[in-house]
Design a protein. Structure first.
Length: 131
């Protein structure tokens, strides 16, 4: 399961898990794949872990100075490796991860975002001229 994730420009903050399917399926069958920004945030990780869900991360997708730190050089390989271990991939939006899963022949599903998420835009959004 790939929930919506934070970026440099916005922070998604969920207060609780809003999907009933997460409470109806055996917790041992669900793994939450968090973006590295959210994986590094203990508050967000705890939301899933406190509900008995396994939480993983594929590493950093990129860095501003192209540093190899955080697993950046192996991000795509790690993501593919993770996706290969599952038959069903669920996401809250069309992401590149969902397309990679489809390319791998996985059963994919997009589920609508719950009304439990607050978005906080970064002060850098306007500074960078993106809004």
């Amino acid at each position: 399961y790939m929930p919506l994730h934070s970026t440099e420009m916005q922070k998604y903050e969920t207060n609780k898990i809003g999907y009933s399917f997460l409470n109806e399926i055996d917790k041992n069958r669900i793994t939450v794949l968090l973006h590295y920004f959210d994986f590094c945030d203990p508050k967000i990780r705890r939301i899933y872990e406190s509900n008995g869900l396994k939480v993983i991360c594929a590493g950093m997708r990129y860095t501003l100075n192209d540093s190899p730190s955080g697993g950046r050089e192996n991000f795509l390989y790690e993501l593919i490796n993770i996706l290969q271990n599952f038959d069903y991939i669920l996401a809250e939006e069309f992401t590149t991860g969902l397309f990679y899963a489809a390319a791998l022949g996985k059963n994919i599903c997009m589920i609508p975002e719950p009304n439990l998420i607050n978005v906080e835009y970064s002060k850098y959004t306007n500074w960078m001229g993106w809004w």
